[in-house]
Design a protein around this ligand. Structure first.
Ligand code: NDP
Length: 501
């Protein structure tokens, strides 16, 4: 079991999952995980280190090279994944509740998310036995065909904002492709990933195929990335840590996929359906307390609509109910962790120092329903210039920078003028304009008259510094495979051995 029978001082004590066994860290040390609504610890998590990372990689390597897993047909891997999907569906409520205790996101959002997560296991379970090689009509006397093979041990490093959803983006295709994995969840939200391992065990995955080590990034994540037997790292998190992971992985020519930050433009034209666009702007920045990589944190509004739109947005957003994320009626919850809370507050000061105008919020939320939690008022800044730090840097909180633009050309120029390129929103009723923007905005996802839609079927990933590689959709399984070309000679005699054939 993930949770030990004897809880220490009322805290739930979790254990790591390595080689099919539940264990503490080699050092025996633990650290506290905090509930962001109460700002109090609620769980104890093993503080793993390099020794634990190495043990997990060895277990995954053993499972990849020996035992049941390498001999399992892709159809059988698919069946295991679908079984895991069923188990997640049966336990969705419990897992959602755990996520909220750890990351403070709304129960309404997490319950819906956890009900949707099984689809990743059904989709990639179904795809496992449909990865086909090809026969090449080769220009030599030979029969030449390709096959797609797994990479080996893959490290999956995940963040705290949607732990099980973002893990599933990686875990389902990695296993469908036939790899074994070592997961390192965020130090702030390890509990739900460890609880998921009970379901992995119940589903019947062979020992060592899925392993979880917990602890701090530099102590256990870094040695995991450095381990020579890890062949790929799939990472979601900040651009700074992503760059470090990329650099480290490069030393051993490991593959990486990186899903990093964003500063996505949500672009509102004066021919939009205003009420829809207001909801789209709110959903882009205040849903999930703005803690999503796809947050529409730069709201670009056409000058002719600017004042009317900002008024409507502020009056809609100011009614948002803040408070206990486990209450069904709450619309904006706390920030997930103390360092992030401090970071968001520091950006409020940075923006004010840059001379913006605060038209909503702008500080800590001290409403009684926010208790002792790490709450920030939903904030809207106007008078923002795109060159300001508040428009260029990822805040990852409920903080919106509103930037006016004159026409289509200027909207595209401002929209693209950031180092990121993860997502964008466009609000217009003009189909020509919508398609022009979809072509010219440099982002991995463009939403027209909607925002924050994500599916297991549709490729997801970043342009520019927002990342490398794609998650979701049919491409995703190939991110976890390598191609082999096989040649069989059909020549009647061996040609000149001193000349390239
Ligand atoms: P990080 O990018 O530092 O963390 C992401 C994951 O990487 C965590 O599991 C973390 O572990 C791990 N990690 C940290 N250092 C290393 C390392 N040297 N080697 C391997 N793994 C490592 O994000 P933070 O949690 O520190 O959040 C900081 C900022 O990142 C946020 O303010 C936000 O701007 C952005 N962010 C972006 C996300 C996205 O979806 N793109 C998600 C979360 C954050 P540990 O938790 O122990 O540090």
């Amino acid at each position: 079991m993930a949770v030990a029978a004897s809880a220490q001082e009322g805290l739930r004590r979790y254990r790591m999952y390595v080689g099919g066994e539940w264990s503490d860290a080699a050092s025996g040390e633990t650290f506290e995980s905090f509930d962001p609504y109460t700002a109090k610890p609620w769980a104890l998590i093993p503080r793993g280190g390099a020794e634990d990372a190495a043990r997990a990689v060895e277990a995954a390597h053993e499972a990849f090279t020996a035992g049941e897993w390498p001999g399992l047909h892709a159809s059988a891997r698919g069946a295991l994944l679908r079984r895991l999907g069923d188990l997640i569906a049966e336990n969705a409520e419990r897992l959602a509740d755990l996520e909220v205790s750890d990351n403070g996101k709304l129960i309404s959002e997490m319950a819906a998310q956890l009900r949707y997560v099984p689809q990743w296991y059904y989709y990639f379970g179904g795809l496992a036995d449909k990865v086909e090689g090809s026969v090449i009509p080769i220009d030599k006397p030979a029969f030449n065909y390709t096959k797609h093979e797994p990479l080996g041990v893959v490290a999956l490093i995940t963040p705290w904002n949607s732990p099980l959803l973002l893990l599933s983006f990686k875990l389902a295709p990695a296993l469908a492709a036939g790899n074994t994995v070592v997961i390192k969840p965020s130090e702030f939200t390890s509990a739900s990933t460890l609880a998921l391992m009970e379901l992995v065990e119940q589903a019947g995955f062979p020992k060592g195929v899925v392993n979880v080590i917990t602890g701090f990034g530099p102590e256990v994540g870094q040695p995991l990335v450095e381990h020579p037997k890890v062949r790929k790292v799939a990472f979601t998190g900040s651009s700074a840590t992503g760059a470090r992971v990329y650099e480290t992985a490069a030393r051993d020519i490991k593959r990486v996929s990186l899903e990093l930050g964003g500063k996505s433009p949500n672009i509102v034209f004066d021919d939009c359906r205003i009420e829809d666009a207001v909801k789209g702007a709110v959903s882009g920045i205040f849903a999930a307390t703005g803690q999503t990589c796809i947050a529409g944190s730069r709201l670009l509004v056409q000058e002719s609509l600017h004042d009317e739109f900002v008024d409507k947005l502020v009056s809609f957003a100011s009614t948002a109910k803040m408070g206990n994320p486990k209450a069904a009626e709450t619309q904006v919850g706390p920030v997930t962790n103390l360092p992030q809370y401090e970071k968001v507050l520091s950006y409020l000061d940075i923006a004010k120092g840059e001379g913006v105008e605060t038209v909503l919020g702008g500080g800590k939320a001290t409403r009684p329903e926010c208790g002792e939690g790490w709450f920030v008022e939903p904030t809207v800044f106007t008078g923002v210039e795109n060159s300001m730090r508040i428009a260029q840097e990822e805040v990852f909180g409920p903080v919106l920078a509103v930037i006016p633009f004159k026409d289509e050309e200027e909207a595209i120029e401002i929209g693209n003028d950031v180092v990121f390129g993860l997502a964008a929103g466009v609000w217009t009723q003009d189909i020509r304009r919508a398609l022009t923007l979809a072509d010219r905005i440099q982002a991995g996802t463009v939403w027209i008259n909607t925002y924050r839609a994500v599916s297991y079927m549709s490729p997801f990933g970043g342009y520019k510094q927002s990342g490398i590689g794609r998650e979701n959709g049919q491409e995703a399984i190939r991110e976890f495979m390598q191609t082999k070309s096989v040649w069989i000679s059909t020549a009647s005699e061996v040609p000149n051995p001193f000349v390239m054939r």
